[in-house]
Write a protein that binds this ligand. Structure first.
Ligand code: ADP
Ligand code: MG
Length: 328
C-alpha cells in the first residue's frame, strides 16, 4: 500500500541526503561563514562533531527577525529569481543547509547583524523552534549543533569513531584554508587546538604546509579571456597516483575533463595537483549535483585547454631543471 509519509519523516529523510556526517555540517557552515564575508572562522567540536559542533564567525550576521526564516527550507538571502542561478557568486543558494541540519539535531544560533542594535537567539530541536528572542550578542554568527542525528538513529549508527569523523572535518578545513589564505581558521576538538591558519598566508605557504616544507612545488598560471587558471604540482617520484584538488570558483569539485587534460599533457602526471579555475558564474553551471560536487563548463574545450597548457608549462619547467648541466 502506498502511503504519504508524514512531513516530519520526509523532512528527516531529505535532510539526511544533504547532511551525511559532521563533516557535511562543517562544509555547509564554513561556506555560510565565507558567504557572510567572515575573516575569522573558529570551530569547536566534541567527539568529532558527533555530540557537539560549534562554529563562530565575524561575518555580516543575521537580523534577529530573520532567524526563523534562516532555518526554513528553501529560504535564502542569496538568490531571488531563477535567472540568479546564472550569476551565482556565493557558495550557497539553495537555502537547504540550515533547515536540513536543524531537522536532525538540536541547534542554537546566536547572531548579530552588523547594522543591528541587538542580537538574536534561536533554538530549535528536530526542526521545531523552541525559543526565539533578542539578546545581546557580538557581531557575527555563532551556531551550535548538538547530538547530530539524535532523531535519525539509522544514520547515527553509520557514523565512524570520533577521530575518524574529526579527520574528515580537518580535511574540509584544510581545503577552505587553502583557497582562502586571507581567512583565519581555527579548529579545536575537546578544547584542544587541532588546526590554525592565521589568515596571513598565500596559497604556496599553505601548500608547503600540506605537502611538506621540503617539497619542490611547480607552478604555472594564465588567463584566457575571462577564464583564469592557476596550477601547482608536487611530483611524487615512484608514485603511480594522480591526486587532483580542483576548485572551480572556490568550490571543491571533481571533473573528468580536467583530469584528462593533465594526463594528456603528460602521461606521467603523477603526484598531487592543485588546480584553481575562476570564470564568470554564467560560464559554469554549479547546479547539476545535489552536493555541488560536479560542475558543467559552458565551454568545456577552453577549460580543458587552459589546464592542458599550464600543465605543459609545468612539465617544461621540470625538464629544464632536471636536465643535466651542459658540459663546459
Ligand atoms: P544558503 O546558504 O543556500 O542561502 P542556508 O540554509 O545555508 O542556505 O542559510 C540560509 C540563510 O541564512 C542564508 O541565505 C543566509 O542569509 C543566512 N546565514 C546562514 N549562515 C550565516 C552566517 N554564518 N552569517 C550570516 N548569514 C548566515
Ligand atoms: Mg548555505
Amino acid at each position: 500500500m502506498i502511503k504519504r509519509l508524514a512531513p516530519d519523516i520526509s523532512t528527516r529523510i531529505a535532510a539526511g541526503e544533504v547532511i551525511e556526517r559532521p563533516s557535511s555540517v562543517a562544509k555547509e557552515l564554513i561556506e555560510n561563514s565565507l558567504d557572510a564575508g567572515a575573516r575569522t572562522i573558529s570551530i569547536q567540536t566534541e567527539q568529532g562533531g558527533k555530540s557537539s559542533f560549534v562554529i563562530e564567525d565575524d561575518g555580516c550576521g543575521i537580523p534577529c527577525a530573520e532567524l526563523p526564516l534562516a532555518l526554513e527550507r528553501y529560504a535564502t538571502s542569496k538568490i531571488t529569481d531563477i535567472e540568479d542561478l546564472e550569476r551565482i557568486s556565493t557558495l550557497g543558494y539553495r537555502g537547504e543547509a540550515l533547515a536540513s541540519i536543524a531537522a536532525v539535531s538540536r541547534m542554537e544560533i546566536r547572531s548579530k547583524a552588523a547594522e543591528a542594535e541587538a542580537g538574536g537567539l534561536i533554538r530549535c530541536e528536530a526542526g521545531e523552534i523552541t525559543l526565539h528572542t533578542e539578546t545581546p550578542a557580538k557581531p557575527g554568527t555563532r551556531i551550535q549543533i548538538d547530538d547530530l542525528f539524535f532523531n535519525l538513529p539509522a544514520r547515527r549508527k553509520f557514523l565512524k569513531t570520533s577521530s575518524a569523523e574529526l579527520r574528515r572535518i580537518v580535511q574540509i578545513v584544510n581545503d577552505y584554508a587553502l583557497i582562502h589564505p586571507e581567512v583565519t581558521f581555527r579548529l579545536y576538538e575537546e578544547s584542544k587546538k587541532i588546526l590554525e591558519y592565521t589568515g596571513a598566508a598565500c596559497v604556496e605557504d599553505t601548500l608547503l604546509r600540506r605537502w611538506g616544507r621540503q617539497t619542490k612545488i611547480y607552478h604555472s598560471e594564465s588567463q584566457s579571456g575571462s577564464l583564469s587558471a592557476r596550477l601547482w604540482w608536487n611530483p611524487i617520484p615512484d608514485s603511480r597516483r594522480v591526486v587532483i584538488m580542483l576548485f572551480v570558483n572556490g568550490r571543491r569539485v571533481q571533473d573528468a575533463a580536467i583530469r584528462a587534460a593533465l594526463s594528456t599533457a603528460d602521461a606521467a602526471a603523477y603526484g598531487e595537483w592543485l588546480v584553481l579555475l575562476d570564470l564568470p558564474p554564467q560560464d559554469v553551471d554549479v547546479n547539476i549535483h545535489p552536493t555541488k560536487e560536479e560542475v558543467r563548463f559552458r565551454r568545456s574545450g577552453e577549460a580543458f585547454k587552459i589546464v592542458y597548457d599550464n600543465a605543459k608549462a609545468i612539465f617544461a619547467q621540470r625538464h629544464s631543471i632536471a636536465a643535466p648541466p651542459l658540459p663546459p
